[in-house]
Write a protein that binds this ligand. Structure first.
Ligand code: BDR
Ligand code: CA
Length: 312
């Protein structure tokens, strides 16, 4: 059965790979819309990037929406030092044929959820959670319509990637993340603990380079660029495929191990702003509000990615 999803992202090379994986999987996923939010680069670029990526996958039916251009309360931060000035450096930037819908992303999310059955829609946010939190604040009646929120964000054992304790998506808009983690709907959270288990290697890039279609060629360019930052910072061989973990989970949940945990988000401390306090061992006695991904079948993950990139 197809799962109805709304994707909310901030491309970003790994967001791009996440979109490629989703668009390669029409049997499993019915993508109702793709939303852009300020994150890796400002909204002006993320909204253009979703349209470029839509062109690359040959999308004609899935609508694209622009969302919030700044976090709820903080100044935010962008990550050109990781993703390049365009966010999707590694491919040529062009004027996309795909156009944004006139409606805004928050309006689209609210309208789609309000006309859905209870638990019918899965939200897949892979950027800061500003659009999703704004929709919840504006229309709390959308909550029962959300079947699951499958998000990329947070860190426990790995520590942070933007400060010692905070992961980028949560750090950029911690107040939005707090709203989402406290919303009471089922959440599957893919943080650095698991995404740092899926760094690309030269063997993976080699497999992708042998696939002869435009999406695989774009993937090769994006990943070659994206890999350089983490290689320098973490001494790893390649690029961390953070965001594609969300879609891989929807396609094959068996690839991952998740544990129900209580997760709270730090919104006050300057030192640890955006930290996700994941109560992995149940120390607080607080009820679990999310499933925390902590292990992935790496080979299975890359087999899935290569198989789906070959579909275009
Ligand atoms: C997350 O932040 C961004 O840099 C990536 O696109 C990913 O969503 C990883 O911390
Ligand atoms: Ca992202």
């Amino acid at each position: 059965m197809q799962r109805k999803i709304i994707i909310d992202c901030d491309p970003g090379q790994d967001d791009a790979l996440m979109l490629f994986l989703a668009f390669a999987s029409p049997e499993e996923l019915d993508i109702l819309g793709v939303c852009a939010v300020t994150g890796n680069v400002p909204l002006e670029k993320t909204k253009r990037n979703i349209c470029i990526l839509s062109d690359i996958v040959g999308n004609k039916n899935v609508p694209m929406f622009a969302g919030c251009d700044k976090p709820l309360e903080t100044e935010g931060a962008t990550a050109e030092y990781v993703h390049g000035v365009d966010g999707i450096d590694g491919i040529d930037i062009f004027d996309p044929v795909t156009k944004l819908e006139p409606k805004g992303a928050v309006e689209f999310i609210i309208e789609t959820l309000m006309s859905a059955a209870d638990s019918e829609i899965t939200l897949v946010p892979t950027g800061p959670l500003t659009n999703i939190a704004t929709a919840i604040l504006r229309e709390p009646a959308i909550l029962p319509k959300i079947g699951e929120i499958v998000l990329m964000g947070g860190a426990l054992r790995e520590g942070g990637n933007v400060t010692p304790s905070a992961e980028f998506n949560i750090y950029v808009d911690p107040h939005a993340a707090k709203i989402v983690f406290e919303c009471g709907r089922p959440i599957a959270a893919f943080g650095l603990d698991v995404t740092h288990q899926v760094f690309t290697t030269s063997q993976v890039l080699d497999r992708i380079s042998k696939i002869d279609n435009p999406v695989a060629k774009a993937s090769y360019g994006l990943l070659s660029f994206f890999g350089r930052y983490d290689a320098e910072k973490y001494g790893t061989e390649g690029a961390p495929l953070h965001d594609p973990c969300t879609i891989a989970y929807l396609l094959n949940p068996e690839l991952f191990e998740l544990k129900p945990c209580n997760i709270r988000v730090e919104t006050e401390s300057q030192l640890t702003l955006g930290h996700t306090a994941v109560d992995f061992w149940g120390s607080t006695g607080l009820p679990a509000n999310a499933n925390w991904a902590h292990r992935v079948d790496r080979d299975g993950f890359f087999d899935l990615l290569v198989e789906r990139l070959s579909c275009f």
